[in-house]
Design a protein around this ligand. Structure first.
Ligand code: SF4
Length: 409
């Protein structure tokens, strides 16, 4: 349900509060209706959805774009008859090199099949060199050639960029290790990228954000909002205030101000906005500064040394030192069956019903339904009430690492 509309000089941003899947889909549909004039007339126009699928941590951890929003967007697009829809992202270099199928782990492969839309990994797409402030970097061409781009970022803090929302989400459009070149001057390059890629619509997933050491080592933060806009700078500018952060301390937004993408009028509008949450910042430690510089990263991804960073002592040590954010489980989840535990009380059964209404992206009414995606959202909320037959694989690690925050009210 719409809660507020913020009128900036060049864009109007809407804030929705959505408490369950039905409300999320209604809010997405309202965004589509309100933006009906900007959608392409031709039903075979190339529509690109750019979510944040940087690694295999699912939406309950606060890391990746929520399937509930993705499904809502696909339903609204299909309802309007669009035939040429592509979901696209380029997961991070580390997970890419190990060969983990992020799309399959996040159930995006199943969703794409269900809606009969294309799904592409931008790391392996034909590329084109574009000029950033620090030199030429190869971007997946499709991100420059689509007719309509819907940016579906997550609401997160970030150790290096301070926040990652609409502008930084486009780093996933760059191919493989090319992404690393962007870090030569991250704030300036984020601003360049947000200008190079033509955004048509932004739908920010603020249902469960991430605070602290994002993009992958933070803490899930339940906010329950969706934010829609068109201009990535204004959207991020507003989001930073809604998250309780000071834009003056966010380098790329200050560059956007210097370059005139955000005006004094925008700053005035922002000064009247109240925060809706207080996100903890994710600051760089001294070790981050030393070991996350490009010299070290270059060694890490070189042919000679890469294998030592993929498994064994070194990645374990870097993870323990919190320099490496990701801890990957190579075995995929392998669940044969899921069911509600026996002898549950009335209250516990009610909890499961409520959980499915709130979290099941495809609105299933029972655990163990034949159409289940195995996204494990319900299991991550209520693990003590649901029995699984098989190996939880990466979900086991996610529950160990983030479970207590996922289940906090
Ligand atoms: S029942 Fe649970 S695991 Fe299956 S699709 Fe729904 S939320 Fe995901």
């Amino acid at each position: 349900m719409i809660e507020n509309k913020f009128i900036f000089e060049k864009d109007a941003i809407s804030l929705y509060r959505s408490k369950d899947v039905t409300e999320i889909e209604k809010d997405v549909e309202t965004i589509f209706k309100d933006n009906s004039k900007i959608f392409p007339k031709k039903k075979n126009s190339k529509i690109l959805l750019k979510p944040n699928f940087n690694n295999d941590l699912n939406s309950m951890t606060g890391n990746s774009t929520d399937l509930r929003i993705l499904v809502g967007v696909l339903k609204s697009l299909k309802k309007r008859g669009y035939k040429n829809i592509t979901i696209a992202d380029g997961p991070n270099c580390g997970i890419n090199h190990i060969g983990i199928d992020v799309f399959s782990r996040l159930c995006i492969t199943s969703i794409a099949k269900m809606f009969n839309v294309k799904l592409i990994n931008l790391n392996f797409e034909p590329g084109k060199l574009v000029d950033l402030s620090t030199g030429k970097v190869e971007i997946a061409k499709i991100c420059l050639e689509s007719d309509f781009i819907i940016n579906l970022p997550k609401l997160k803090t970030h150790v290096e960029a301070k926040i990652t929302i609409a502008c930084k989400n486009y780093i996933g459009c760059f191919k493989g290790t090319e992404k690393r070149k962007i870090h030569d001057n991250l704030p300036l390059n984020i601003v360049s990228i947000a200008n190079i890629i033509k955004t048509d619509l932004i739908i920010v997933d603020g249902l469960i954000g991430m605070e602290g050491r994002g993009p992958g080592d933070g803490i899930p933060k339940k906010v329950g909002v969706i934010i829609s806009g068109h201009d990535p700078f204004i959207t991020d500018f507003l989001c930073s205030k809604l998250m309780g952060l000071d834009y003056k301390k966010l380098p790329y937004l200050n560059i956007a101000i210097e370059k005139g993408y955000l005006t004094s009028k925008d700053i005035e509008v922002l000064s009247k906005v109240e925060r809706i949450a207080k996100f903890k910042k994710g600051n760089k430690t001294l070790l981050d500064r030393i070991l996350l510089n490009n010299f070290f990263i270059g060694i890490r991804f070189s042919n000679t040394f890469e294998k030592f960073f993929n498994k064994g002592f070194l990645p374990w040590l870097l993870f323990k030192l919190r320099v490496k954010q990701d801890k990957y489980i190579l075995e995929d989840m392998n669940i044969k069956n899921m069911k509600v535990k026996e002898n549950l009380s009335k209250e516990e059964i009610q909890k499961i019903d409520n959980c499915l209404k709130a979290y099941c992206p495809i609105k299933l009414k029972t655990i163990g339904d034949k159409d289940c995606l195995m996204c494990m959202y319900c299991y991550q909320i209520l693990p003590s009430l649901i029995e699984v037959d098989g190996d939880l694989g990466n979900i086991k690690m996610q529950n160990k690492r983030f479970g207590k925050y996922i289940r906090e009210d």
